[in-house]
Write a protein that binds this ligand. Structure first.
Ligand code: ADP
Ligand code: MG
Length: 287
C-alpha cells in the first residue's frame, strides 16, 4: 500500500467569490515508503497549495488524500494525527524561528507532541546532527546564526518531529550555491539514515534530478508530467517548452541533437552524460 496517495485533488481559493482561483486541478499521485518525490513547477503553478493538503492544513475542494490507505479527512482525530505524521517545512521556514535558543526552537515541534523531556532531548540532538548543527550552536540565539544555519535549524525543527513523511517547500530558495549544496546533501543523508519518505518542492530541475526517484511537474495548477525521474526527464523537449530550467547536461545533449547528432536527450546527470559521450565517441574519447 502506498504511504501517501492523492486522488483527483482540486483546490479552489475563494470558491464562493468572484475571485475564485483554481490553484490545484485534478492531481493524483502515489508515494511509496522510502521514495523521494520531487515537485517542480513555476511560481504560482500550485505546488505549495498541493503539499499543504498532505498534512491536512488545507482541505481539498474535491478529491482525497490517503495516508497508508486512510483518508486523512475522515474525522477530526485522523486529520489532527496527520499534522504529526507528515512534517511540513514551509518556504523560508527561518522566519518562524522565535525562541531564545536554537535548541528551544528545534524542540518546539516535539514539545507540542507532548513527549517526555528525555525524548525531546534525544530528538533535538538527533535532528541537529542530521543538519550538521553543533552543540555550541544549539545554545545560541537563532538570530546569531548565518542564513544557511537558520534554514538548517528550521528544517531540524520539522525533522525532530520524526514524521513518516518529510515535506520540504523550496528548501534551497534564496541560498547561495554552497548553501544549496549543503541543504541538498543533508536531505540525501537524512533519507539514507532514516529511510524516510521525502517530498521535495523545487523550481530547480537540477536539484530534483540529483535526489528524486519520482517527479511531478506542475503547470498552471495541473500535472503536466508525472512518473519516475527517468520518465519525466526523458521529456526534455516538453520541459523546455514549459520554460523549465532542465539540467545543464540535458541542455547540451538537446543542442547536440539540434545539430543533427544521434544523441539521447534523456540525459540528466553528469554520469549519464559521460556514458552517452563514450557511447557516441568511443572508448578512446576523453571525458
Ligand atoms: P507555487 O507554490 O507553485 O508558487 P501556490 O500554490 O502558492 O503556487 O499558488 C497557486 C495559485 O494560487 C496562485 O495563482 C496563487 O496566486 C494562488 N494562491 C495561493 N495562495 C492563495 C491564497 N491564500 N488565497 C488566494 N489565492 C492563493
Ligand atoms: Mg510555493
Amino acid at each position: 500500500m502506498a504511504r501517501l496517495e492523492v486522488r483527483g485533488l482540486t483546490h479552489c481559493y475563494g470558491a464562493k467569490t468572484a475571485q475564485r482561483v483554481t490553484a490545484v486541478k485534478n492531481i493524483s499521485l502515489c508515494v511509496e515508503e522510502g521514495e523521494l518525490l520531487g515537485i517542480i513547477g513555476h511560481t504560482g503553478s500550485g505546488k505549495s497549495t498541493l503539499i499543504q493538503h498532505f498534512n491536512g492544513l488545507l482541505s481539498p475542494t474535491s478529491g482525497e488524500v490517503l495516508l497508508d490507505g486512510e483518508n486523512i479527512f475522515r474525522d477530526k482525530q485522523t486529520t489532527h494525527a496527520a499534522r504529526f505524521r507528515v512534517g511540513l517545512c514551509f518556504q523560508y521556514p527561518e522566519y518562524q524561528l522565535f525562541e531564545e535558543t536554537v535548541y528551544k526552537d528545534i524542540a518546539f515541534g516535539p514539545r507540542n507532541m507532548k513527549l517526555s523531556e528525555e525524548e525531546i532531548d534525544r530528538r533535538v540532538r538527533r535532528a541537529a546532527s542530521f543538519v550538521g548543527l553543533s552543540d555550541a550552536l544549539l545554545e545560541k540565539s537563532p538570530f546569531d546564526l548565518s542564513g544557511g544555519e537558520k534554514r538548517r535549524a528550521a528544517i531540524a525543527g520539522v525533522m525532530a518531529m520524526e514524521p513518516e513523511i518529510l515535506v520540504l517547500d523550496e528548501p534551497t530558495a534564496g541560498l547561495d550555491p554552497q548553501g544549496r549544496g549543503t541543504i541538498l546533501s543533508l536531505i540525501a543523508d537524512y533519507r539514507r539514515r532514516t529511510g524516510s519518505t521525502v517530498i521535495l518542492v523545487s523550481h530547480s530541475m537540477e536539484d530534483i534530478a540529483k535526489l528524486a526517484t519520482k517527479a511531478l511537474v506542475m503547470n498552471h495548477a495541473e500535472a503536466a508530467l508525472y512518473g519516475t525521474v527517468d520518465e519525466v526527464f526523458s521529456q526534455a523537449e516538453q520541459l523546455v517548452s514549459m520554460g523549465l530550467d532542465v539540467p545543464a547536461v540535458t541542455r547540451i545533449f538537446l543542442l547536440l541533437r539540434e545539430k543533427g547528432l544521434p544523441v539521447r536527450t534523456d540525459v540528466y546527470t553528469v554520469e549519464q552524460g559521460a556514458a552517452e559521450y563514450l557511447r557516441l565517441f568511443g572508448k578512446g574519447a576523453r571525458v
